[in-house]
Design a protein around this ligand. Structure first.
Ligand SMILES: Cc1ncc(COP(=O)(O)O)c(C=O)c1O
Length: 398
């Protein structure tokens, strides 16, 4: 394949294996974004015909999102991305819960930093926060979450699937437990949406976050589903847009692009999920056979993982040197989540799973996408053999 970074003119063939960090925009999406920029520039709040056209496009995208993820289309609220959706969910629901005298938060230890750091901010203003660790395979047990819930729990956060090790989480079971104590459940579906069949009503989550750039849509656009009847406080004030949950003039081209990306994902979901699940399993076998002592992380059962996402640690290896060597050979893989990869600190997810800090420091995340094929796996394995040999570790014979 040719990678998405064509504009940067890579020297050699580029193999992009970091789709969990972001995905290249689909051509259909790029076209729709450009068209909307040219034709739908009016303010969707304007009552004239041009404004009404822009409004109709925003509402059309909302319906397309509901087509992919279910729920009442009017309750999908557009935001500036997954980070804002998570902040709106956690802070907005927490403020509403505090008014009901509930100031206890249960949050899984493997959440994205946009949830964990928001929980930490709540702790600083007097909330009691309980972190629930995962098992060694990266899956949080519903029973552990249930045990942490209390009569004064206002909010519980459990992601649908982890973005670093791909582990699916028991959101449905946790939803029942939350309902029993009257706690609100927020589920971050940023890593899972568009890769697994999901329906917000079937999941039973009260709040669900998603992000466009993870499903071949534009960056800087996300959405939060707010279950009908749920009370949350907006974080921003100053306008009536998005039913007051998220005021500010809408990013019409981005939202339109998100709608097209959601539509395409819905059409390809079943076939692409099956293809990537098989390709991901083949990749995991090939990486382990390449030498270097790769230890897979996350569930061994591919039915309990995001299709196409494989993750490993290389105990005793220099993780940064490994990634740099792959990069120099044209292979773009991830160290863990994109947000921590700049600093290459051991991932909080791996540490919570009980991986030793030295091993967690040499982590590799390979995430396939719609342009990935068997040739990319061969390229990765060839590059990995070179990278491993450079560190003096025995590489398996080709
Ligand atoms: C699970 C998860 N949640 C939230 C986010 C943040 O989304 P965004 O990049 O749209 O702010 C990410 C991004 O990596 C993610 O993986």
């Amino acid at each position: 394949m040719s990678g998405p970074g064509r504009g940067v003119a890579p020297a050699a063939r580029e193999v992009y294996l970091d789709h969990a960090a972001t995905t290249p925009m689909r051509s259909e999406v790029a076209q729709a974004v450009a068209d909307a920029g040219l034709r739908l520039w009016a303010n969707p709040s304007s009552v004239h015909a041009a404004g009404r056209r822009a409004r109709a496009a925003v509402d059309g995208a909302r319906a397309r999102l509901a087509g992919l993820l279910g729920g009442n289309p009017h309750h999908w609220v557009f935001t500036s991305g997954g980070t804002e959706a998570n902040n709106l969910a956690v802070q907005g629901a927490a403020r509403a819960a505090a008014r009901r005298g509930r100031r206890h938060l249960v949050v899984s230890a493997i959440e994205h930093h946009s949830v964990l750091d928001t929980a930490e901010a709540l702790r600083r203003v007097g909330w009691q926060v309980d972190l629930v660790p995962p098992g060694p395979d990266g899956r949080v047990a519903a029973a552990d979450v249930r045990a942490a819930l209390r009569p004064n729990t206002g909010l519980c956060c459990l992601m649908v699937a982890n973005n670093e090790v791909g582990a699916l989480q028991p959101v449905r079971d946790v939803a029942e437990a939350c309902r029993a104590v009257g706690a609100v459940l927020h589920a971050d579906a940023v890593a899972a949406a568009g890769r697994l069949p999901l329906c917000v009503d079937e999941l039973g989550a009260d709040l669900l976050s998603v992000s466009a750039h993870k499903i071949y849509g534009p960056k800087g656009v996300g959405a939060l589903y707010i279950r009908p009847g749920l009370e949350i406080e907006p974080l921003l004030h100053g306008g009536g847009q998005e039913r007051r949950w998220r005021p500010g003039t809408e990013n019409v081209p981005g939202i339109v692009g998100f709608g097209v990306a959601a539509d395409c994902a819905a059409a390809e979901l079943a076939a692409e999920g099956q293809r990537l699940r098989a390709l991901g399993a083949a990749l995991a076998d090939a990486v382990q056979a390449a030498g270097g002592g790769a230890v897979p992380t996350g569930p061994a059962d591919w039915g309990q993982r995001i299709p196409g996402l494989a993750s490993f640690v290389f105990p005793g290896m220099d993780g940064e040197a490994l990634l740099v060597s792959l990069d120099l050979q044209g292979v773009r893989a991830g160290a863990g989540s994109a947000c921590v990869s700049g600093s290459l600190r051991p991932s909080h997810v791996l540490l919570a799973m009980g991986v030793a800090p030295e091993a967690a420091a040499a982590a590799l995340r390979v995430s396939l996408g719609r342009e990935s094929g068997p040739g990319d796996i061969q390229a990765l394995v060839a590059a990995l053999r070179v990278a491993v040999r450079r560190q003096g570790a025995p590489a398996a014979a080709p």
